[in-house]
Design a protein around this ligand. Structure first.
Ligand SMILES: [Zn+2]
Length: 235
């Protein structure tokens, strides 16, 4: 059975499209490559400025459609603020290169769980473009390599500042860390509130929290280790 396209990484998707003779990345009307909302294509400063300017013009059109008077002093510059906010903040991880992470040798041969928790997650759901706000916990058992714990913050920031689906965000973070560290075990647990559940829908669920977990290596197979990890991150 063919894998669902939505489950594939950009690289796998590229192969899939090549096999079917379709152009990939997909191209927009002006010839620019398109990626999934949680894909990554770093921009030059000039491209970023151009994107903000074009977006501001289009947001201005949206204000007209919504019949919001731009002479209202609170709305005059809102299209510009929105354009800058989307490109430089909410979608910044989509348009910036991967953070440079220095990897160190595991000289003390640490073979226990190393955990970083309470990592801020501030993202945006691809379905409704509403905030996703929460926390992430990452644990790993190193093999030959370790990184500074603060680096997890930058990795989570890079993957969360895009249009996201929480399940895919966890998988992307795990894939990145497996590639970087080749650890014996890795776990990524994300708990967050989705404002599309709070601000809209038939029933607003202000208190509902979505929890996703990705377990790789020994954390996927060793139940004792998994329980230790889950206990440590819940304390
Ligand atoms: Zn949503």
């Amino acid at each position: 059975m063919n894998p669902r396209l939505i489950d594939l990484s950009d690289e796998e998707l590229e192969h899939q499209f090549q096999r079917q003779g379709l152009p990939y990345p997909r191209i927009d009307a002006s010839g620019k490559a398109l990626f999934d909302a949680n894909g990554n294509q770093p921009l030059t400063d000039a491209e970023r400025a151009d994107m903000i300017q074009r977006l501001e013009e289009q947001f201005g059109e949206i204000f007209k459609i919504l019949r919001i008077d731009r002479n209202d002093p609170n709305s005059t510059d809102t299209p510009f603020r929105l354009a800058r906010m989307y490109v430089n903040e909410l979608l910044d991880g989509r348009f910036s290169p991967a953070p440079r992470i220095t990897v160190f040798p595991n000289r003390r041969t640490v073979d226990e769980l190393v955990i970083s928790k309470g990592i801020k997650v501030m993202s945006m759901c691809s379905h409704h473009w509403q905030p996703i706000s929460g926390e992430c916990a990452i644990g790993y058992v190193p093999r030959d390599k370790v990184i500074g714990l603060s680096k997890f913050t930058r990795i989570v920031e890079w993957f969360s500042r895009r249009g996201q689906i929480q399940e895919e965000m966890g998988e992307q973070i795990a894939d990145f860390l497996i590639e970087l560290l080749d650890p014996i075990a890795l776990g990524v647990v994300i708990k967050s509130k989705h404002f599309c559940m709070i601000a809209r829908g038939v029933e607003a669920h202000e208190s509902s929290i979505m929890v996703t977990s990705v377990m790789r290596g020994e954390l996927a197979t060793n139940h004792v280790l998994r329980n230790e990890f889950l206990t440590l991150i819940s304390e």
